[in-house]
Design a protein around this ligand. Sequence first.
Ligand SMILES: Cc1ncc(COP(=O)(O)O)c(C=O)c1O
Length: 434
Amino acid sequence: MDEAVATASPDTSLADRAGSLSPVLGRYYETSWSHGAGHRLYDTAGRAYLDFANGIACTILGHAHPRVSAAIHAQVDRLIGPTGAIGYAEPVVELARLVAGTLPDPLDTVFFLNSGSEAIEAALKMARRVTGRPALIAFEGGFHGRTYGAASVTTSSLNYRVGYEPLLPSVYITPFPRVFRDFGGDEEAATRTCLEHLRRLTSTTVPADAVAGIVIEPVQGEGGYFPAPAAFLRGLREFCDEHGIVLIADEVQTGYGRTGPMWAFEDAGIVPDAVAMAKAMANGLPLSALATSRELQERWGKSAHGSTYGGNPVACAAGVAVLETIHDEGLLDNAARRGEQLTGGLRALMAEDDRIGDVRGPGLMIGVELVDPSTGAPDGALAEAVKTRSLDLGLLVLTCGPQHQVIRWIAPLNATPAEVSEGLELFGEALRTV
Ligand SMILES: Cc1ncc(COP(=O)(O)O)c(C=O)c1O
């Protein structure tokens, strides 16, 4: 644990000089960061922190990964771009081929953008144009981004919506199967009830044949790390097939092995019509994409959408290095094994501490829900305190959920067994001393 154990408060000297920075952006911490190496972030006083937050699921290979950095350096010297609107560049074409190769048939065509929100915007526009229908359905507690379309399908917190109305019209929200919080752990009841809600919505409020698309996170992220039961995703797939609705999987946070398989929807044995991806794609550089079948994008139509910076050659070069590394180093396997190790360790902590109400996976997307043991109610204040105490001890983890009551673990895919043990030890210490 040596250098990762901090003995004093994190350095915040840059915060004192940040008077010209907007006060609007929310921050989990006020820490001043100097640099990153591997799975350590260093503050400006030189103290190291074990980084299991990964810039909210972006740096899946850790910081300054040699293969990714080399690819970025080489591409910067060759061509920064952007090239999207004027032709083709090698890393862009190659990354599209590689991303398509990770997806099941018939998903073989990739539209590059810059952020998760943009990938969602593209998905919503595409669904409306190809179906000629107006309505969109999304799930309570979902987070899809902050641009207007993405915010319109986001309900993980009032804060993303208040003061911005009117949002996009013809958006309908239906309950998500939050198995632990709303159904006492009963997956079957969660699945049945939430599919019934969807059918009721389309028989009372908006007809199914007016619905262009349904967008879902296979595991809700910001909303509290709630995995959708596989049976629910299968039911959703059937419902979309029955009514000609475009099923959009928001894999912005879940994609790229975060939940075990390359794509979280694989665990349910379904294939969505569209996949929005972002965060992990370029290990921290801005890059996102919408993947669908070729047929769907041909129906969407030439110049139906565009982006000046989307698919920047430098970000795509990083993206090629990321996918090659995941493949060559067997990182999906490693992520699944480290996920089991982490979940096992957290469940052991839960057995000794009744303030932990739930530990839920899958893979390396793990939520630890903190509760008031006497009532079982979510305890956001405790989670905030544990998160802050963890930082003081040298461990970076984040919170999520409507009351920020869930500590979320987003360790890199190439975390080692020793690093996972270290994270567990620091977290146990934080819980004991908060
Ligand atoms: C599931 C999901 N969708 C979309 C987004 C929006 O991504 P961005 O912040 O890159 O616009 C996020 C970001 O956290 C996300 O977690």
